[in-house]
Design a protein around this ligand. Structure first.
Ligand SMILES: [Mn+2]
Length: 319
């Protein structure tokens, strides 16, 4: 694990009057929870500082938080912090480079060592958990508001699949218990995060109908541009259906292959056991051991990915 120090981060934050927090493109609840949670935490702790959130539109997740308008000149002398983003091409709003110092805070494997300071903990369930840790370890310097607690809670709920995934630890639950004391309404967030649009509900039906499951437990489904048009959905709106195959008995690892307008396929890979991020890395992607993303240029490439998942599933079953 890379060496990091909370103190170094707090001391750096204290030195800057302007702080701009970025996160990854196509934000999920943890991207917004860690970004918004950190911004709220810093605003209540240092009311005299100018602290803002940068990045593209947040879509349906605007019940969590929305972005601020930031001018190029605001970056002069600014401290930039990027949350939940493993590599620089995924950072939303490339002006993150305009600041005078850069901090990376993340929980993905640290393959892209960007930033002057890094706080990377791959054992954390979510980046929001790391921000909560940052607060808990520095309570003499920081003040957590109810809104910050709500956002961090949402990020943890999002990235743990409501505490379903193995990344959920006793430490995660301790943090969640502390956050819940701040008075927001957890069930309200749970319901908001759990609800899907009627369009996505219909697509869910399509996926369940068309999923193939092999003998060793490799499931796959292909979503073509035709299908997405039929359901009036874009690729980004398909994120919420990725977990569905995992709920089916006997499914060990799976891929959802989404055709892009340019013709190639975005591959969402998941697993309940076999470590799949090496497969993702071999196919222009990466990610967590049990949740990764990759790219395939054609159906032959997809077949190769499925073959590699099958080998992993066989190895796993023979263990
Ligand atoms: Mn995350």
């Amino acid at each position: 694990m890379p060496v990091f120090s909370y103190k170094e981060i707090i001391e750096t934050i204290k030195k800057y009057d302007t702080i701009i927090v970025h996160r990854h493109m196509n934000p999920d609840p943890d991207a917004l929870g860690s970004q918004g949670g950190l911004v709220e935490l810093l605003k209540s702790s240092f009311p005299e500082k100018k602290i803002s959130k940068a990045g593209g539109p947040v879509g349906d997740l605007d019940f969590l938080t929305t972005m601020d308008e930031i001018k190029d000149e605001d970056y002069k002398q600014a401290l930039v912090i990027v949350t939940d983003t493993a590599n620089t091409p995924r950072i939303s709003d490339e002006r993150y480079q305009l600041g005078s110092k850069l901090i990376k805070i993340d929980h993905h494997p640290n393959d892209d060592n960007y930033g002057d300071i890094q706080l990377v903990n791959i054992h954390a369930s979510s980046c929001s958990e790391i921000i909560a840790d940052l607060y808990l370890e520095n309570q003499e310097d920081l003040i957590l508001s109810k809104e910050a607690a709500r956002l961090l809670y949402a990020g943890i709920v999002g990235d743990t699949g409501r505490f379903l995934y193995p990344s959920t630890t006793p430490h995660t639950m301790n943090i969640v218990a502390k956050l819940m004391e701040y008075g927001f309404i957890p069930s309200e967030i749970n319901n908001q995060l759990n609800s899907i649009s009627p369009k996505v509900a219909k697509l869910t039906g399509y996926i369940l109908q068309n999923l193939t499951i092999s003998k060793v437990g490799v499931a796959k489904v292909l979503l073509t541009q035709d299908i997405l048009r039929q359901f009036e959905l874009s690729d980004t709106e398909t994120a919420s259906i990725v977990a569905i195959p995992g709920t089916i008995e006997g499914v060990l690892t799976w891929g959802i292959f989404v055709e892009q307008p340019e013709g190639h396929y975005r591959c969402r890979l998941r697993s309940k056991g076999p470590i799949i991020n090496e497969v993702a890395k071999r196919h222009h992607g990466g990610g967590h051991p049990l949740a990764s993303g990759a790219n395939a240029k054609d159906i032959k490439d997809i077949d190769q990915i499925v073959k590699e998942l099958t080998e992993l599933a066989e190895e796993w079953s023979n263990k």
